[in-house]
Design a binder for this molecule. Structure first.
Ligand code: ADP
Ligand code: MG
Length: 420
């Protein structure tokens, strides 16, 4: 499922209104009946205006007619939700243009975007539920009683949670991107101009980088948190050149290069009080150990760190409990539980599909995207395949070097004609 903004310029103010009406209607209806869309949209042109917009939106793949329904109705597609979120980001002046996709994860699309001053940022679009609900019957049962499209609910939860954690971590001085905005299933954050750990073949001092990463795990623990997916795909390494004290005799100023790890990807973070906290903690530590051993042939002589020791440090030195802070910010236990179940489900399916849950270090890890989009025929977006210029295989986390002034990046200006 790729974000395709091309239809945006053709949408009229009425179309936006109708799209918004379908979104509002889907809060209480899985399939929004056409009369309800008419009622919410209240267009001046009356029913015929609404029908015109409905067909324009359906043609652009932003809503989809549901044929199996007992009544005539429409549901919002991922494309429709993407447009609504972009519309909000554009109205708030966070996003002016959309560039290329820099990453495709199992649960998200990552795009470079820019504001009207050309400052590049990252738009992360959460796509939870796009695997789960096609194949797994149990999921359908589990979600049967949920109002509104489950994928919409779960993807929104992922974005809300990620944004809340990014804010809390940032406030506490953790090296994470700056959270800029959140709308529906998307977040806008600062673009980190750094290289994924995964793409680094050697470092001058592996021991020191390893120590920094372990320190980061322990610092999170002190604040009550476990990242839960602490691996080479979620750690960016920034190179900072520091000029040493100028030596009057030297021809060139001496510079030292420091490597700073920056952490991303927070939807699966858990509290140190989680019933499986020890498993998550150990897994994060093991990931880093394994990666350093394989990639840099570095093995620490020190055992651990161990969960029991980390647990004793929670809150120590007045460290603010960020797990509690996030809960207080409105991400409730119930939301956490719903999201956790969905993420677990998705991970299980992904590993069943890859035949190996732990192949993250295999050299050519590729994600077969082709089977993941859409869901059942009734839920087909109708936009699949269209405009897919990159082939069906995308290397996860393919790093696109960020160029000055957006040069080389095809940025597409968002034209939003909503009458405002
Ligand atoms: P997922 O949940 O799908 O794994 P991530 O948040 O890990 O998504 O992002 C996927 C990839 O996109 C990352 O591996 C990284 O290469 C890139 N990426 C994500 N956020 C940023 C950012 N703020 N700056 C630069 N690159 C990013
Ligand atoms: Mg990731």
């Amino acid at each position: 499922m790729k974000l395709d903004t091309r239809a945006m310029r053709h949408l009229t103010a009425e179309d936006w209104r109708v799209l918004t009406a379908v979104e509002m209607g889907s809060k209480n209806h899985e399939i929004v009946p056409t009369p309800l869309i008419e009622k919410i949209a209240r267009l001046k042109g009356g029913a015929s205006g609404v029908h015109k917009s409905i067909s324009a939106l359906a043609k652009a793949g932003l809503i989809a007619r549901v044929k199996e329904a007992k009544y005539d109705g429409y549901r919002l597609t991922y494309g429709g939700l993407d447009y609504l979120a972009l519309h909000t980001h554009a109205a708030r002046k966070h996003v002016y243009s959309v560039g290329s996709r820099i990453g495709v994860g199992k649960e998200s699309d990552i795009m470079v975007v820019a504001d009207d001053r050309g400052t590049q940022k990252v738009l992360k679009i959460h796509r939870l539920g796009r695997i789960s609900f096609r194949t797994v019957k149990a999921n359908r049962d589990y979600l049967k009683n949920r109002a509104s499209g489950s994928w919409m609910y779960l993807s929104r939860l992922a974005a809300i949670k990620e944004y809340a954690f990014m804010q809390a971590l940032r406030e506490e001085g953790f090296p994470v991107p700056e959270p800029i905005a959140q709308s529906r299933h998307t977040i806008v954050m600062s673009l980190i101009d750094a290289v994924l750990l995964r793409q680094i073949s050697s470092v001058p001092d592996p021991a020191s980088l390893y120590a920094d990463l372990i320190a980061l795990i322990l610092r999170l623990a002190q604040h009550g948190l476990i990242h839960g997916d602490f691996n080479e795909f979620n750690i960016l390494i920034r190179e900072d050149k520091i000029e040493a004290d100028p030596d009057p005799d030297a021809d060139q100023p001496a510079t030292t290069i420091t490597l700073t790890p920056i952490l991303i990807d927070f939807p699966q973070m858990v509290s140190m009080d989680h019933p499986n906290a020890e498993m998550y903690f150990d897994r994060d530590v093991a990931c880093i150990k394994r990666f350093f051993a394989r990639r840099f042939h570095f093995e620490s002589t020190a055992p651990g760190p161990f969960f029991a020791d980390a647990k004793k440090t929670v809150g120590r030195g007045g460290a603010r409990r960020l797990d509690a802070a996030v809960e207080a910010s409105g991400f409730t236990k119930k939301m956490a539980k719903d999201l956790e179940a969905a993420i677990r489900e998705q991970q299980q399916q992904a590993s069943a599909k890859n035949g190996d849950a732990d192949d993250s270090d295999s050299e050519d890890l590729e994600e077969d995207e082709s089977g993941e989009e859409g869901t059942t025929s009734e839920e087909d977006d109708g936009r699949d395949g269209e405009g897919e210029g990159e082939g069906s295989h995308v290397i996860i986390g393919d790093h696109v070097p960020v160029l000055e002034n957006g040069e080389g990046l095809q940025m597409q200006k968002l034209t939003i004609n909503d009458g405002t």
